[in-house]
Design a binder for this molecule. Sequence first.
Ligand code: COA
Length: 309
Amino acid sequence: MAPIKYAFESHHRPGRHWTTKQKDKLRCELRAVGEASLPSVPNYNCFSESPTAFDNKVMVIAREGGSTGRIVAFVSCILLTIDGIGTVLHTGLTCVLPEKRRQGLQGRLFTHLHRLLCAEYPSGIWFSSVSSSLCSLVSLLLATSNVFPSPDVVTPQDTHVRIATAISQNHRAELDIEGDVTFDPERFLFYSSPDSPWWKDPANKDYHHRNKILNNFYVSAMEQVTGSEVLQVGFMDPMLYLRVGRTSIRVAHASTAYSVLEYGSKLSELLSMIGSHFLSSRSFWRRFTNLRKWSLYQQMLRVKMEVKN
Ligand SMILES: CC(C)(COP(=O)(O)OP(=O)(O)OC[C@H]1O[C@@H](n2cnc3c(N)ncnc32)[C@H](O)[C@@H]1OP(=O)(O)O)[C@@H](O)C(=O)NCCC(=O)NCCS
């Protein structure tokens, strides 16, 4: 059987140029995915009937079969304005139809999201995310950098704290978090309720990530209060993606990419140090290339001699 093809469309603040008819049509299509994926569909994010609902959204939509096919998955992020930081991307809501889950669609949506963000925010953008779904928490951690809470960042920095405080104080409605839900500012946890339509029991293996160590990290963060959700704050860094033609591909997990970058800069430092003592790095490479040419020439001569003999 031929693999199903998906068409991905990416939108940055689409409400600013879409007609009312386009917005209404898309809202209906997204609601259909929400109804099939969630216990109830709240009047928030891309489901909201507000005429400006799509103005502050960054969205990636997957359609089955081609650009006119039915929507099978989407991610709808919200752009928040936070004092002293600027624009922060809240990852918002990701929905994949139940029959399409565990086939990598969430991963593919986020690859397209990162590509869009590299183009729109070439210097990177701070992000936040609230979830108790382990595969969402771990996947996001692996694709971004400087995430608190995570095994790499044990104490929040000033920017993490500012963003978390602003979200808890001023942006709950946009994130569909009730005013009476307690926020733990030290551990970045919202003590929601197991009855919340968003809460995923960390024991449910359907929502686990393949990386067991990172699953366990977030399980132990949430296990003290049933119903907890983690607020992740971090940085989406285009340095983690290589530009290839007009697009970008992910290099690796943040720590690997940074090691490569660090290695590159250490190597060039070393070369210029050698250069200042002996020769410039350019002439080093010229001599190195000449040496290679010389050894190839020697090999050719040897082959010719052998043929002659
Ligand atoms: C959470 C949700 C978006 C995940 O979507 P999905 O398409 O099933 O996710 P993926 O297939 O991309 O898998 C995500 C991770 O789960 C793990 N996973 C997927 N299939 C797996 C399998 N068969 N066995 C073990 N682990 C698996 C992997 O670690 C994978 O990431 P990786 O491929 O980079 O290792 C989806 O379950 C959903 O829509 N749930 C309802 C709405 C919701 O709760 N959204 C989250 C809060 S916003």
